[in-house]
Design a protein around this ligand. Sequence first.
Ligand code: DX5
Ligand code: ZN
Length: 226
Amino acid sequence: MSIGTPQISASLLNADFARLGDEAVRALDAGCDSLHFDVMDGHFVEAITMGPNAIRSLRPYGSVPYHAHLMVSRPLSQVTAFAEAGSDLIAFHVEADDDPGAVIDAIHAAGRGAGLTLNPETAADAVLPFLDRIELLLVMTVHPGRGGQELIHDVLPRMAFLRDQIDRRGVDLPIGVDGGVNLGTIGAAHAAGGEVFVAGSVLYREQGDLAPVVAALRAAALEDAE
Ligand code: DX5
Ligand code: ZN
């Protein structure tokens, strides 16, 4: 299993939206490796959260990659807007209405990295045809739609299977883990092949400096799973 050093990707979904710039800076100053923007359209999932303007307004704050996680039914219609707003990577759901290959091609045509996401109940087979065409495989470890949920441990064996499938193909493709990541779950998620850890409520339930919790997450990722 060839995975790199654990990366922490700060999800702003549970941040204080009245101070979104300050909240992004807290994550960036703490050394987070990327920012994760949870975009929800009120149709693919019930909630409506943020659009390209969130990325555009925060773009000047950081030089790390900005990941747009599109929980939207028609991602193809959103690629240009999120690319132009400053996303480095655009992740969409294999369960969405549009053909995944077409969305991947559109994201690449826009000069961005493509991420493919699958829900906890979606079979691994759904993403196998695309493993050599994407830059991030984002595995949902909660049902999409809100932050602060518990990690669904039953997803981890499928994550390990996908890690093995990626390795068998000789593809350099990191697995992202999205939902319920905290000090108690990140070790098992890393052991199952996770590498890019989306951290939302585990960060934003803290006040002040986030560096200690980011460092603790990185250390916990490398501890043996319980
Ligand atoms: C859920 C989002 C996740 C989630 C992460 O639909 O995709 O990014 O908000 O938040 P926590 O870390 O609180 O589970
Ligand atoms: Zn997300």
